[in-house]
Design a protein around this ligand. Structure first.
Ligand code: FUB
Length: 326
């Protein structure tokens, strides 16, 4: 068969177009449909997982969904991995999941009921499952933290594993942040040397949504500032030499961009040590929305300067490039 020069040129053009669309494949933002906030993102068994709050009215926040992906681009929804029907003390406002794998079990820490005083039932609970997608059942039959300590509302938990293998619960709303040493089966806490269970580590401007990771031996402590229903919600950070700080606020690294979205905050970080990449997963409000709960889950790159300072995150509509875990 004979080809004319023009048809060969057309074919070549098509091949190069196909190649360029392949190489620019991006996740887009948000990464999945629906109102979802407070995402806790991680890697299990070479898959990415995101555990968000179902961002509806308090009374409708009675379950949690999770999402998994092989490449950060295509996300599979896992419906109702945890439900208040499995947690008899929880009846609304299931918030801000924090996931951790330990001894072949998956533990999902969550806030419930949005308690306003020690007289109310609720606080931080923990659920357990054999697989990342659940089903999760209540681990304790009661909250793990059900009172205010050092002024911290028992919400917005993060589970941090230190270098020595010790797990800590770092949590708190109402502008106070506590750290507490978890016991081996996550059924309670071990006292610190001074006998205290809850040590306050609140940095300046802290509001809620704590997150911690280690990089080059330093402890990066991050948190959300501002009001979560408004446009100025944001994320700031500090760096310390231990999980207890002291943490001196360095500055904001995530905030609204009036041309992209408002209220960018309550985040987590996917760290791929082998590839040296850091992806920040956070929620934000589309420019068309003002309802507090109309929050979507997004992903962007997080980068550092030569001194280990976190560079301000550029929030995008395009999201990030495809990346496998390995
Ligand atoms: O989603 C409910 C609350 O909104 C969270 O607990 C806060 O951190 C804020 O993101």
């Amino acid at each position: 068969m004979k080809y004319s020069i023009s048809s060969l040129l057309l074919l070549a053009g098509f091949a190069s177009f196909a190649q360029s669309t392949k190489t620019i494949k991006q996740s887009g933002n948000p990464i999945f449909k629906g109102w979802y906030a407070d995402p806790d993102a991680t890697i299990f068994n070479n898959k990415y997982w995101v555990y968000p709050t179902y961002s509806a009215k308090y009374k409708e926040q009675v379950f949690m969904d999770a999402f998994s992906s092989d490449d950060l681009i295509t996300w599979k929804k896992h419906d109702h991995i945890l439900d208040t029907s499995a947690v008899k003390w929880a009846n609304k406002a299931m918030w801000a999941p924090a996931i951790v794998q330990k001894d072949k079990k998956y533990y999902l820490f969550f806030g419930a009921n949005d308690i306003q005083s020690d007289q109310e039932i609720g606080g931080i609970g923990v659920a357990v499952a054999d697989r990342p997608e659940g089903p999760y059942k209540d681990h304790l039959g009661k909250p793990l933290v059900d009172k205010f300590h050092n002024g911290a509302q028992p919400i917005d938990q993060f589970v941090f594993k230190d270098k020595d293998g010790q797990y800590y619960l770092i949590y708190g709303g109402w502008k106070h942040c506590n750290i507490a040493k978890l016991n081996k089966d996550f059924s309670g806490f071990l006292p610190f040397e001074d006998g205290k269970i809850f040590k306050e580590i609140t940095p300046d401007n802290y509001v809620e949504g704590p997150y911690m990771f280690i990089r080059n031996g330093k402890y990066y402590f991050m948190w959300s500032e501002g009001g979560w229903t408004g446009p100025d919600y944001s994320v700031a950070y500090a760096v310390g030499d231990s999980p207890f700080g002291p943490f001196k606020r360095i500055g904001k690294i995530l905030k609204q961009d009036p041309s992209i979205a408002t209220g960018a905050g309550h985040h987590s970080v996917i760290i791929n040590e082998k590839k040296g990449t850091y992806h920040i997963v956070y929620h934000r409000r589309p420019l068309t929305e003002t309802d507090g709960n109309h929050r979507v889950t997004c992903i962007d790159e997080m980068k550092f300067d030569a001194n280990g300072m976190i560079l301000p995150v550029v929030i995008t509509n395009e999201g990030v490039k495809a990346q496998k875990v390995k």
